[in-house]
Write a protein that binds this ligand. Structure first.
Ligand SMILES: Nc1ncnc2c1ncn2[C@@H]1O[C@H](COP(=O)(O)OP(=O)(O)OP(=O)(O)O)[C@@H](O)[C@H]1O
Ligand SMILES: [Mg+2]
Length: 317
C-alpha cells in the first residue's frame, strides 16, 4: 500500500465557459497528505481550494497534472477512489425531505453498510454533532447551523479512509465547532485521513498537523502551524497602542528590532524574545501601553498572501 493518502503533482485547472474568458483556478499545485494526517488548505476567497478538493475527490477533471488517492489515479480510476472517500462540499445542503436520522442512515446504506452498523453509526454521529433533539425533524425545517451539522454528521458517520471537508464549520456556534474538531481528531485516531479548508485560522491552528497556503492557484506556503508562524520573522508580537504624539520618531526608534506593521491605532513589531527588553524600554520611556503576545497563524497567513483587496481583479487574468 502506498504511504500517501493524497499525492498531487502539477495540478492545473482552467475553467472554460462559452462566451466567458477562461479562468485559471489552479496553476500547478503539488502537495501530499500522509496517511492519518489532518491537513488544511488555507487561502483567500477564489484561491483555488474548492477546485483542488473537487478534483481530488473525483468530482471535477483537472486540465493537467496528476492526483492519486491511496495510489489510485482520480482521473483513470474514479470508481476505485470513491469508496475510499467521503466529502462535505462547500455550501452543501442535506436532503430537505429527509430528517437528519434518515439522511445519515440512508447514506450509510447506500455506501453498502449493513443495517445494524448503519443504525449504530447513525446514532453515534447524531450524538457527536449534538443533533439528537432535531434528529426526527425534516432537514428543511432546521436552522442553518443545524443543517451544516447534519452534513458533517453524514460524512463522519462513514469513517471513510479519506475525508474531504470544505469549510465544515461555517456558520457553526463555538460549541458545535469544537464538536467537529473532536470528531475529526477521533477519526484520525482511528486511522482516517482528513483534508479540510477553513477560513478560521484559530481552527486551522489547533486542528492541522500540516497546512498548505494556496494563493492564486499556487502553493505559497506549507508546513506546520509553527513553521508558518516562524516564517513571519519572529515568534512574538509587541504592540504599542497609539495615538502617538511623535509617530515618526517612534518608528525610527523601533527600526531594526523586527518587522514593523501598522494599523489605524497601533504599531506592531514581530520580533524575537531577545529584543523584548529593548522594546519594552522604549515603551516605558515614551509612556506607551504595550502588549506582548505570540505570533498567530492569522498573522503568518496575512503576510504570506497579503495584498490589497483591489488585487483580486487580477485573479485568473
Ligand atoms: N465553475 C466555475 N467556472 C468558472 N470559474 C470558476 C468556477 N468555479 C470556480 N471558479 C473560479 O476559480 C477560482 C477558484 O475558485 P475556488 O472555488 O476553487 O476558490 P476557493 O479557494 O474555494 O474560494 P472560497 O474561499 O471563496 O471558497 C476563482 O477565481 C473562481 O471564481
Ligand atoms: Mg471554496
Amino acid at each position: 500500500m502506498p504511504e500517501d493518502a493524497i499525492s498531487a503533482a502539477g495540478v492545473r485547472k482552467t475553467y472554460r465557459a462559452r462566451g466567458q474568458p477562461p479562468v485559471e483556478a489552479l496553476s500547478g499545485v503539488s502537495l501530499r497528505v500522509g496517511r492519518g494526517e489532518r491537513v488544511s488548505l488555507l487561502g483567500r476567497n477564489g484561491a483555488g481550494k474548492t477546485t483542488f478538493l473537487r478534483i481530488a475527490s473525483t468530482l471535477l477533471m483537472p486540465s493537467s497534472g496528476r492526483v492519486e488517492v491511496f495510489g489510485r489515479d482520480v482521473v483513470r480510476d474514479p470508481e476505485g477512489v470513491r469508496p475510499l472517500i467521503a466529502v462535505v462540499p462547500q455550501e452543501g445542503k442535506p436532503f430537505f425531505h429527509l430528517t437528519p436520522r434518515e439522511q445519515i442512515y440512508t447514506y450509510l446504506r447506500s455506501r453498502g453498510f449493513q443495517r445494524e452498523t448503519a443504525k449504530s453509526r447513525t446514532e453515534e454521529a447524531l450524538g457527536l454533532m449534538a443533533l439528537e433533539e432535531v434528529a426526527d425533524r425534516l432537514n428543511a425545517t432546521l436552522s442553518g447551523g443545524q443543517k451544516q451539522r447534519a452534513m458533517v454528521a453524514t460524512v463522519i458517520a462513514t469513517q471513510a479512509p479519506l475525508l474531504f471537508l470544505d469549510e465544515p464549520t461555517i456558520g457553526l456556534d463555538p460549541f458545535a465547532r469544537r464538536g467537529v474538531w473532536e470528531s475529526l481528531r477521533r477519526l484520525t485516531r482511528m486511522g482516517s485521513t482528513i483534508l479540510l479548508t477553513t477560513h478560521y485560522l484559530d481552527e486551522a491552528d489547533v486542528l492541522s498537523d500540516r497546512l498548505y497556503v494556496i494563493d492564486r492557484g499556487q502553493v505559497v506556503g506549507q508546513g506546520t502551524s509553527e513553521d508558518l508562524k516562524r516564517s513571519t520573522g519572529g515568534t512574538l508580537r509587541v504592540s504599542f497602542r497609539g495615538p502617538f504624539p511623535d509617530a515618526k520618531a517612534l518608528r525610527a526608534e523601533v527600526q531594526g528590532t523586527g518587522r514593523i506593521m501598522e494599523d489605524d491605532q497601533s504599531l506592531h513589531i514581530i520580533t524575537s524574545p531577545e529584543r523584548m527588553e529593548e522594546l519594552l524600554a522604549i515603551a516605558l520611556r515614551r509612556k506607551l501601553a504595550a502588549t506582548v503576545g505570540p505570533v498567530t497563524l492569522e498573522e503568518a497567513f496575512l503576510r504570506l498572501v497579503g495584498r490589497s483587496i483591489e488585487g483580486e481583479e487580477h485573479v485568473g487574468s
